[in-house]
Design a protein around this ligand. Structure first.
Ligand code: C3B
Length: 857
């Protein structure tokens, strides 16, 4: 509604001039109002779920105020904006985090306790939004938290999947996948924006035409889907800025063919339109692999197109905008290859829609876009069949060919013809011609980055060596940069481990460490202080008690809270070597069995927890889950050993499970073959919570060790530069098996963990063992690719060092404090500052505090 009719603006301005008050009573009032008027419950009859929803709406009111004002501020300041494009966001539950970041912990607690409700019970009612697979999606969520906390004017863009990551059940020891319709009851934190929609076209054809004497291309026909925005406010901690995660939902196109109403085609028309909604229906449950499915490319293009249209609209809305300002006002980050169709889409929007000439458009595109690589697994670098792209995105294929043509010309001029040209081409020749999205991303990007120091070096030398050569030849040594990952201390310390947060705040005299973790160095002065030790151990004990309660209620598992808690939680992957972990558990069990009851009592008690989801089509990963479950069953039921060793597969690992498990760990396993885990981020969370790492010299382990000191980590296994040699020798048959591992293999082959009772599982377990031992299978090597056999003896040694060190409780406590206090590098605040400075050129734009906000504090 426009205009100044009857002083409407002034009136509304007066009515709305004040923020919602934040004292406990006002929160209660707001709660009661939402309960009755938004949810249509009565104050006499509502469930805990209703209470959660009403509390969520109370928070949403406050988030909205801040989101709107932050946006106005960014616009007024005309700041450069950052846009994070990611197909995944593993955001986890909102409520506790929102309360903390809005600085409402005290009044909320008072308000609800006064009404006879515990906040934790409210938190427990929230579905855990799992719009991501694993580390990459969780990293994106931590980034959002830090961008807001640093007051960086950055938004996230993604897909509002109706079904997130599947729920993992375990039946007869095997993974079963159940749909996760997380949005079923609605999410009180999101804001549907029916007014923010964009058309996204698929299929159709390209027509050549002439406009003003210029040859132009028009993409016509096909089908159009509407992308509708759902906003998820992301509040910063200790700032008045609130950013936005804008997720797109696919809706049927608005034009409705009215003629069809009277015809028999009506049903068809409806069916067609409903099909549009399938686009954003489900998250692909693949982690570090890609399925090559058409729907997946459709999802990618869908959210990329809507996001770029949206950010360009914001850019164009600025008074007197000029195209050459685009790189001064916009930086885009492409999270892995998933959104890299953005390179072609940006070109299409600039050339076909905005009518810029090609060269100018290309300059702008290349200056605005950036690409992060998250894995060295070649199977994760997406490649789309040319045939598929030609059908679905015909104009984009033309654009990609054009980009490639110019690129190849440049290469030929520089180096002449040779194999390097084919290696660098965006188009992969072969039986099925494919578009290499990684190459498109690199060519179309300003900066490319890896996610840990070792990973960035591997990208340069092994993943994209030819590109690196090109960059160096061009004097662009800094085109590929390292941005070591991080995690947000707000969620992973403050929310997940309130007792630890209190200790830090007490010793530092303020909460400043939550925005500046270097402050925690002060704790090092107390690392040998018995008083701190008492508090620290009490904190761990409390976390273990919480874990024990949770395991009891979710899976009816009882654990000894005095045992050493050993955790491995992450996606199930051969390279992450959960297999090696469970083989070690078997070894430990066999050793215990050999001992007399008296000797056993001297052994360190351990509880080994393993959790994680396997991609639904990943056969070997699923067998590993089955093996873990079967081993657990034997060990936990053996009266000789069950007091000393317990093992369990914890089903349905997710963000909220991590928040309970991580604080309780004494050690955690980050045991990937050297050179395979790009970074890892749970390693950081564990150490921040005072857990120590058993790990290989891989990913971020290396940097964590540098920061915290080698004495805080139990390192084992071969180094990255040894892997190739060891593999080569293994293939030639020079691959000895340690006798202790041989004993484990024998036990498996003898049927201890499946046997005649489960012939299918027995065959699967045997096949896993024989593959490990396989020197050379016909042609391609399918043996112990991840060097489980090679690293096993040193893994045993590392575990023995763990037991030995753990005996001395005050020594352990000291190491735990030392490590936790040395983790400043691994806050995503540091990571985001680096991206902002080195890649994006974006400055913080902190909203000023006015008197009213000050008074509210
Ligand atoms: C992961 C990597 O496997 C981790 O090492 C890394 O810490 C995170 O990304 C974040 O950078 N990853 C993932 O979860 N999914 C992919 N498709 C690729 C990498």
């Amino acid at each position: 509604v426009e205009g100044q009719d009857g002083g409407r603006m002034e009136k509304l301005q007066q009515l709305m001039a004040h923020y919602e008050p934040n004292d406990p009573e006002s929160i209660q009032k707001s709660f009661a109002r939402h309960l009755e008027y938004s949810l249509a419950c009565t104050r006499f009859s509502f469930t805990m779920q209703d209470a959660y929803r009403a509390a969520g709406l109370v928070l949403r009111d406050r988030l909205l105020e801040s989101l709107n004002d932050t946006n106005t501020w960014y616009r007024e300041q005309d700041v450069k904006r950052g846009y994070y494009l990611s197909a995944e966001y593993l955001i986890g539950r909102h409520m506790q985090n929102a309360i903390a970041n809005l600085d409402l912990e005290q009044p909320f607690k008072e308000a609800f306790e006064d009404l006879g409700m515990k906040l934790e019970d409210l938190f427990g009612e929230e579905a855990d939004p799992a719009l991501g697979n694993g580390g990459l999606g969780r990293l994106a969520a931590c980034f959002l938290d830090s961008m807001a906390t640093l007051s960086l004017p950055c938004w996230g863009y993604g897909i509002r999947y109706s079904y997130g990551m599947f729920k993992q059940g375990i039946k007869d020891g095997r993974q079963i996948e159940e749909p996760d319709f997380w949005i079923g009851d609605g999410c009180p934190f999101e804001i549907p924006r029916p007014d923010v929609t964009y058309p996204v076209r698929f299929y159709g054809k390209v027509e050549e035409a002439h406009e003003n004497g210029q040859k132009v291309s028009r993409w016509v026909g096909g089908e159009i889907v509407q992308a509708m925005a759902y906003d998820n406010p992301i509040p910063g901690f200790d700032t008045y800025n609130t950013n936005n995660l804008r997720l797109w939902r696919a809706c049927p196109s608005e034009e409705f063919d009215l003629d069809a109403f009277s015809s028999a085609q009506f049903q068809d028309a409806i069916t067609q339109r409903r099909k549009a909604e399938d686009l954003s229906a489900v998250l692909y449950p693949n982690d570090a692999t890609y399925a090559g499915k058409e729907l997946r490319l459709r999802q990618q293009y869908f959210f990329v197109s809507a996001s770029l249209q949206d950010l360009l609209r914001e850019f164009i809305k600025r008074p007197n905008f000029k195209w050459e300002e685009l790189p001064q006002k916009v930086a885009v980050q492409m999270n892995d290859t998933h959104p890299t169709i953005a390179v072609a889409e940006m070109m299409r929007l600039l050339v076909d829609v905005q009518k810029l000439d090609w060269d100018r458009a290309w300059e702008l595109t290349r200056q605005c876009l950036n690409y992060t690589n998250h894995t060295v697994m070649p199977e994760a670098l997406e490649k789309w069949p040319v045939e598929m792209m030609e059908r679905m995105l015909p104009r984009h294929l033309q654009i990609i060919y054009h980009i490639n043509g110019i690129w190849i010309q440049k290469l030929l001029q520089r180096w002449g013809d040779g194999p390097i040209i084919a290696a660098l081409s965006i188009v992969e020749e072969g039986d099925v011609k494919k578009i290499r999205m990684g190459h498109l991303a690199i060519i179309g990007s300003n900066k490319i980055n890896g996610v840990a120091a070792i990973h960035t070096e591997i990208i340069k030398k092994e993943t994209f060596p030819e590109f690196y050569k090109w960059c160096c030849d061009n004097g662009e040594h800094n085109k590929i940069v390292n941005m070591t990952n991080g995690v947000t201390p707000r969620r992973w310390v403050h929310c997940a481990n309130p007792a630890l947060s209190e200790i830090f705040t007490e010793y530092l005299g303020s909460q400043e460490w939550l925005t500046d973790m270097t402050k925690l160095k002060v704790m090092l002065d107390y690392k040998e202080d018995p008083k701190l030790h008492d508090k620290w151990m009490a904190m761990k004990k409390g976390c273990k008690a919480k874990l024990a309660d949770w395991l009891k209620s979710t899976m009816d598992l009882e654990i000894d809270q005095d045992a050493l808690i050993d955790i491995q939680i992450k996606r199930i992957h051969e390279y992450k070597r959960q297999l090696m972990n469970i083989l070690f558990v078997i070894h430990r069990y066999l050793e215990l069995k050999k001992k007399s009851p008296g000797e056993r009592a001297a052994v360190q008690k351990r509880v080994v927890l393993i959790g994680g989801k396997a991609a639904s089509a990943y056969v070997n990963a699923k067998i590993i889950i089955k093996l873990i479950n079967n081993v657990a069953k034997v060990i936990n039921n053996d009266p000789d050993t069950k007091q000393y060793l317990k093992c369990a597969f914890v089903p349905n690992y997710c963000v909220s499970a991590a928040q309970v498990m991580i604080p309780a760990s004494d050690i955690s396993e980050h045991i990937s073959t050297a050179g395979t885990e790009a970074s890892g981020t749970s390693n950081m969370k564990f150490v921040m919570n005072g857990g120590l790492i058993v790990g290989t010299m891989d990913g971020a382990n290396i940097e964590i060790r540098e920061e915290c000191g080698p004495e805080t980590m139990f390192i084992f296994g071969c180094q990255e530069n040894e892997v190739a040699g060891i593999s080569a020798r293994a293939q030639e048959g020079h691959y000895p098996i340690d006798s202790r591992l041989q004993a484990v293999f024998d036990e498996i082959r003898n049927g201890k963990f499946a046997g005649q009772a489960e012939p299918e599982a027995q065959a699967e377990f045997e096949s896993i063992v024989s593959r490990l031992c396989n020197a050379r299978a016909a042609g391609t090597w399918d043996g112990d690719k991840y060097l489980v056999i090679y690293d096993f003896p040193s893994f045993i040694d590392a575990q023995a060092r763990v037991d030995q060190t753990y005996k001395n409780k005050s020594q352990w406590c000291k190491l735990s404090i030392q490590a936790a206090a040395s983790m400043a590098q691994f806050s995503t605040d540091r990571t985001m500052r680096e991206y902002a400075k080195v890649i994006w050129g974006i400055e913080p734009a902190r909203r000023p505090v006015d008197e009213e906000m000050q008074a509210r504090k």
